[in-house]
Each structure stands twice: as structure tokens, then as C-alpha cells.
Write a protein that binds this ligand. Structure first.
Ligand SMILES: [Fe+2]
Ligand SMILES: [Fe+2]
Length: 229
């Protein structure tokens, strides 16, 4: 929502048209609705199941975003935000698509995600356009920073939230040693790298189409983040 508000206020700053600025307001509305539905669902879980309420936690990717921001010149803060949202909004559709078909997930969650996914498919197309325009309108200096940033953002968004998983395993009754064994087995570096590559495939193709991967600093950053060979 913060990124879409920025786009709505000044689409030209990111190479976007006035029309795209107006459409950004619709995305703010969609995301506000998603937040409402998601929070309602979270609040109702304890009433419908024997599960305890979820402990509030900050996703690690938000902490990572703050760290990246501290390492950048202040005038690039908005570009970081737009890049972060472009990456998450193009990645998220592939992640959401599997859940409505997954019979292991309870129907209330599957139905909510299905509705969400319809909106996110629209956001995906919109942010594909944003990535194109943002990159195309960037000066060489800004591209120098954006190119490796995209690689870090993809990794940041797709890395598993191991701390949250550990908390769930402990909550389910595993002792700390067994929880660690499960985490190391399930989230082995090879397995994480393979799933990150699979989930990021459409976004990597987008980076290729836009020309990000042709930038000299990009290729190295994408290899470093284990997104390509
Ligand atoms: Fe959403
Ligand atoms: Fe979205």
C-alpha cells in the first residue's frame, strides 16, 4: 500500500504514466481489503479450532528491507520500496496459486487465498509493467544499484521463515533438539535453493526480458544469491 500510494502521488518519478498512477489507487483498495480479510481470518482461527492464537511476529523480509534501506543513499529509499514491491508482487502469484488446490489446507484458508489470487494476478501484470518502466527510466547510476538489489530482494522474499517454523514445531510439542533436526532436514541449503529457484522462475524470466540480467553487476549478484548458475 505504501508503494502504491507513492506511485499514485508521483508516477513520473518511476517512469510511469498518469493512468498507471490512477490504477495504483485501485491496488491500495485491493490490498486494504486483503488485509481486512486476512486479519479477520486470523482472529477467528482460535474459535474454529483448538489452535492457540498466532503470536504476532515481524516477517524477516521486513527486517531485511530495513537493513537494505540503511545501506542505501536516502534519495533511493523510494526506489528500494518500488523494487521490493515489484519483486514481491510478481513472485506472490506463483506462491498463492498452489494453496487453493492443496487439500491439506482448510477450506476457509483455501477460499480466501483463491480470492486473493485473482486480485494478485492483476497486480502481477501491473508490476511487470512497473519493473519495465522503472528500469527503462533509470539513469546508469540508479541501475548500478537496482540490478544487484533485485537479486537480494528475490532471495529475501523467498527465504523460509525458519524462526516462525521453529516456534510452530515447539508449539506442536517437539523438543528443541528434534525441532532443529526437522528444520535442518527440511530446509537443507540444497532444498531451499531449489525451491527459491522454482518460485522465482517467472520473476527471473522478467529480469531477463527487462534487461536487468544484461547489466554487468546483475549477473554476479544473481549467482551470489544462488538464483542462476
Ligand atoms: Fe494482496
Ligand atoms: Fe498485491
Amino acid at each position: 500500500m505504501a508503494a502504491s500510494i507513492k506511485i499514485a502521488q508521483n508516477p513520473g518519478a518511476f517512469g510511469l504514466s498518469e493512468q498507471a498512477g490512477r490504477e495504483a489507487r485501485l491496488i491500495v483498495t485491493d490490498e486494504s481489503h486483503h488485509a481486512y480479510v486476512a486479519i479477520e481470518l486470523i482472529k477467528r482461527i482460535p474459535g474454529f479450532s483448538e489452535l492457540p492464537p498466532l503470536a504476532p511476529s515481524q516477517p524477516p523480509f521486513l527486517r531485511g528491507l530495513e537493513e537494505l534501506e540503511r545501506g542505501l543513499p536516502a534519495e533511493l529509499a523510494d526506489d528500494l520500496l518500488i523494487a521490493f514491491v515489484s519483486i514481491s508482487e510478481t513472485l506472490i502469484t506463483s506462491i498463492l496459486r498452489g494453496i487453493p488446490r492443496d487439500a491439506r489446507v482448510v477450506s476457509a484458508v483455501r477460499n480466501t487465498v483463491r480470492d486473493h489470487c485473482t486480485d494478485e494476478a492483476r497486480h502481477h501484470s501491473y508490476f511487470v509493467y512497473v519493473v519495465h518502466q522503472h528500469w527503462a527510466s533509470s539513469t546508469p547510476d540508479r541501475r548500478e544499484i537496482l540490478a544487484p538489489l533485485y537479486a537480494k530482494l528475490i532471495r529475501l522474499f523467498l527465504d523460509p521463515n525458519v524462526d516462525l517454523c521453529r516456534a510452530c514445531l515447539l508449539e506442536a510439542g517437539l523438543d528443541p533438539h528434534d525441532a532443529e533436526v526437522v528444520l535442518q532436514d527440511y530446509y537443507s541449503p540444497e532444498r531451499v535453493a531449489a525451491s527459491v529457484r522454482a518460485d522465482s522462475f517467472p520473476t527471473l524470466k522478467l529480469m531477463e526480458r527487462v534487461g536487468v540480467l544484461d547489466h554487468p553487476t546483475a549477473r554476479r549478484a544473481f549467482v551470489e544469491q544462488k538464483l542462476t548458475d
